[in-house]
Ligand binder design. Sequence first.
Ligand code: GLY
Ligand code: MN
Ligand code: MN
Length: 430
Amino acid sequence: MRYEAINPQLFINNRKRLLKEIKDQSLVVVNANDIMPTNSDGTMRFRQNSDLFYLTGIDQEETVLLLCPQFPDKKYREVLFVRETNDTIATWEGHKYTKEEARAASGIETVLWTSEFHKLLNTMMLMGDTQNVYLNTNDHYRADIVVETREMRFVKWCKEKYPLHNYERLAPIMHRLRSIKSTYEIEVMQQACDITEAAFRRILKFVKPGVTEFEIEAEFAHEFLRSRSRGFAYEPIIASGADSCVLHYIDNSKACKDGDILLLDVGAEYGNYNADMTRCIPVNGKFTKRQKEVYNAVLRIQRAAMKLLKPGVAYFDYHKEVQKITESELIKLKLIDKTDIKNQHPDRPLFMKYFMHGTGHQLGLDVHDVGNMYHKMQVGQVWTVEPGIYIKEEGLGIRIENNVVITKTGLKDLMKNIPIEAEEIEDLMN
Ligand code: GLY
Ligand code: MN
Ligand code: MN
């Protein structure tokens, strides 16, 4: 892989934690993602299923993990299946995992070819006293999936072939486990943030009136790729001028104008983990008075929000607090009026015109990572802290986004080295 090998102890520990959560006489199956088609015979770049990666560290299509912890033959209690290669695959696609490499990467002793999966599964289902079958689904609450994944094809097939077993959802367990990051994972995420930092510092030297948003995107890409990242963690938002108010602007097609603000919501992927950064900079290297006023308001909100993030806090209570803090900053900016607030409709508070998105989300193998938003915050979770103020009538949108780990003793800011003070940004640009 392009990235440095991840310590297989991470994946060994993850499987151990999973086995503690399942019922007796159970079997677990987790499938790789498909290589997704584009048009004609085109394909997208492969992106591993996050749960499979979390449990195995195997970054290759057609991989299957089979766990059957009480199977009589100990050798098969934990089995990894990988795609069997041949000369044609080697000629056209290149190297695939050997069994030894798959063993080393995952820490799983028994590695078989994927073609052998159904036979072993059948033995386990019928001869292994298996009662419960844990299958995986994408249960992210905002996922809206119209394509059938390899996992869903398997779920359908399995339930039809073995209709009388008891089926269980793996997803809620995976969400709980993945939500709490281990030190191995924090290290990889720190690398994603460090790569993002290097690119941002490069951009500070590069931006000036006349450069295009896509040239800036190219600078980010260059720095990411040379640092062993496979690219953007998500479609980068490089939004100058009024487009800084368009929350998901990804066209990145304009030239940046003198006097405009430039909002950069860009993060690097590294080893399948993600960074999610937002910074706002003045195109000409000097914030206007108004830009700085709004910028500093958002920075104050971010700092106040970070003070609220603690184990035991409920996200939606925290978000409400941040909305209140934003409301008071909006009053100071004379964007809303104290007396009007008294008469506002409770379902349509006035601040919503200027701050209409969430304060953050969990981050990890997915940018909008799994983890139940209604559950209290816990030590080991990584959250983004991303307040914003968007003033459409002024063509001025400011968002500032850092990635922080919740620890016993406070927050660990994975982006603490990324310039954030308005003056520091100006100094670095000039
Ligand atoms: N870049 C996506 C987000 O901030 O949630
Ligand atoms: Mn985010
Ligand atoms: Mn973001």
